[in-house]
Design a protein around this ligand. Sequence first.
Ligand SMILES: O=C(O)[C@H](O)[C@@H](O)[C@H](O)[C@H](O)COP(=O)(O)O
Length: 316
Amino acid sequence: MLNGIGPDGHIASLFPNRPQQYEKKRKRRCRHFATLGGGGVMPPLPCAKVKRVAVIAVPISLALASNEKPIVRILDSEEDAAVALAEYTANLSEKYIKQKGSFSVVLSGANLINTMRKLLKPPYNTTIDWSKWLIFWVDERVVPLDDPLSNYKLAFDGFLSKVPIPKSNIYPINYKKSPADVAVDYESRLKKLVDEKIIPLSASKFPKFDLILLGVGFDGHVASLFPNRPQRYEKKRWVTFITDSPKPPPPRITLTFPVINSASDIALVVLDKGKADIVAATLGGAVVTPSLPCAEVKAEEELTWFLDKDTASKLK
Ligand SMILES: O=C(O)[C@H](O)[C@@H](O)[C@H](O)[C@H](O)COP(=O)(O)O
């Protein structure tokens, strides 16, 4: 069988986001699955599912996923990763407060907040200068701040209510608007903080946060930048919105890649063996087109992955 490969990885008329690629009974289909290059991508690209492959030509559009030598820390357990994350965050807090008088921290939702728990314990609960912390969200669900789905509520209940960060240093969304307007509002508040020199501007004229803490989804998303949604390609806006997020709830706002990638330090915290394939594909340099969002993350200073042994188990 002679097959071409589309820029999105489709072969024949089997496209990445269409159910036909999963057809198991009808005859016109590809029977056997394998992955060229060994990177597990979830869901796999149709072109990665063809068995017995002879590669005749590789389209030049299949660029390697970008990743500029991240630091990869593989800890024995989730508990050890939480300890390492606390030490890493406390060191950066000390460094940036010394350097510039404040420490801007941008939070994700979901499991990350629990993994930050060691910062609430000695010695960090008393040694960190919490009064200098500024808190933002890399993405937020457009729901009231007391809704169980709110990333603000998750962070407040699990972390922010337990440390003395001044309320005026915490920047949740103004949720009482449409997602589009919530994004405009968050962006204009960030612009004001840049004008007031509370947040510096990067060389490429995006806000430069000190530390962004990211989780990675099973499909390789970071923040609310999903593989099959256009928001990941935004180049100008600082904050954008999505009304059909594949991860519920659908309405969200998110910082864009130009902002994320302008941060000084970024931690990607992935502690879930169900994400071992995504991690192996990203850090193993697998050819994935379009690339996984988590493979697009870069930091001005250092990008550090925090993994546990199980999550790193498929890394060669
Ligand atoms: O609001 C959200 O849902 C997040 O900010 C999202 O980007 C999250 O970080 C990833 O989905 C990973 O989540 P887990 O680490 O909990 O799997």
